[in-house]
Design a protein around this ligand. Sequence first.
Ligand SMILES: [Zn+2]
Length: 282
Amino acid sequence: MPPNSKGYRGRLAPSPTGYLHLGHARTFWIAQQRARAHDGALVLRNDDIDARRYKLEFVAAMIEDLRWFGFEWNEGPDAGGPLGPYNQSERFPFYRAALDQLQAGGCIYPCTCSRKDIAAATRAPHATDEDEPIYPGNCRSKLSSTNNFQPATRFNWRFRVPDGETISFRDEHLGPQRFVAGKDFGDFVVWRHDDVPAYQLSVVVDDAAMEINEVVRGADLLKSTARQLLVYQALSLPPQKFFHCPLMTDKAGVRLAKRHDTLSLRKLREGGATPEALRQGW
Ligand SMILES: [Zn+2]
């Protein structure tokens, strides 16, 4: 149990890669309700690390949509706060320090495989569009050093998982969870070849630095939580609690995604919907 001297600290961490939809709003609403129930603080973090995918117009839209829907945060890119900056694009030194620490600890190795190489070496029976194929381990034996590479060599830094080890945690909503490293997921990328930290690293570094003590997010990230617990351990950081929410689906049972334009908060608002009506039954 992490020390809780500051009380409950939760967060909303949207990525500005498109307009927020009703599914995001519902997960965030649960996060806000939990922060309020604990008389705690809510942090808004702009997860704009992936510069290839995000667009500046979406950042402003995101904040506007959140406010319209009734979200209020205590710290954030617009509100400031003691543990900022709250834009991931401004937090590179934190990620770089964590990468150095992982490298010094021998937890990561450079991987030169392309997606094609990995696809060719994996049959990936469990792979779905929500998850990545299990890395076959081609580059595992490489030294945890890049000295033997030509400067132009492109590589990802990959986290070496302890094969066969069970990672278990108790989800605050879904109860006991259990994943086996090397079977449910393989070695994962923590730093991309285009010099961008991967989600699994940036989210751990930020949640720890921002003293978040409960993460509320979608159940599609349960397995990522197991990965991230390994990163916490490797960085000697205490993990927070997790509360994973069931994902919202459309009428056909398909999980909502940013491509569900008609269910974006923008479109719903343009169509005359009110936040109160949209929250009916939540
Ligand atoms: Zn590789």
